[in-house]
Write a protein that binds this ligand. Sequence first.
Ligand code: VGL
Ligand code: ZN
Length: 198
Amino acid sequence: MAKALLVVDLQNDFYEEGALAVPNASEINDQVNQLLESDQYKIIVGSQDWHPDSHLSFASNHNKEPFSEYSDQQGLGPVLWPDHCVQQSEGAEFNPEIKTVNFDYILRKGTDKKVDSYSAFQDNDGTDLGLAGLLKSLEIEEIDIVGLAFDVCVKYTAQDSAKNGFKTNVILEGTRAVNPDDIEQVKSDLKNVGVNFK
Ligand code: VGL
Ligand code: ZN
């Protein structure tokens, strides 16, 4: 059964010193690199959050505080974020410890200023990003997922992976949450849509 590895948003802004810091993010690097160097995957895809500085997921573009609630526009929310992963910025670069040389394909998302994109499969307004088609064309049946953040982009990506019919595994040592208090809820939500944990 052909397998893919999906590495979600391992960018400087999601690490401990970054603009949208995920606690203990760097703990995952060894596990991720081990997977990147293993020979079990037919394709390895890295996603990259890649926002214009005018992006409307940024609280600063609404004169609001980061993490304030927002549901005025479809495709954004339920909270607004600090400025992060701005195109061409250092914060948007991949963490230099990660062996990105092993990425076969890089998928940039969140480029439309009016729409956020938590899932690597589709924008928050449902626009297909082409990943399911790419993986199906390679006859991939199973996907291992690692990356940041467990409770945001990893969660939505894993949900859509299962929805697209892939056997989906989230590797827990390869992910960390921005809100660690939400981990158990996210796990149970993902279990309910058929996602496995390894
Ligand atoms: C993410 C919030 C905003 C993520 C991206 O990669 O989890 N979270 N943009
Ligand atoms: Zn983002």
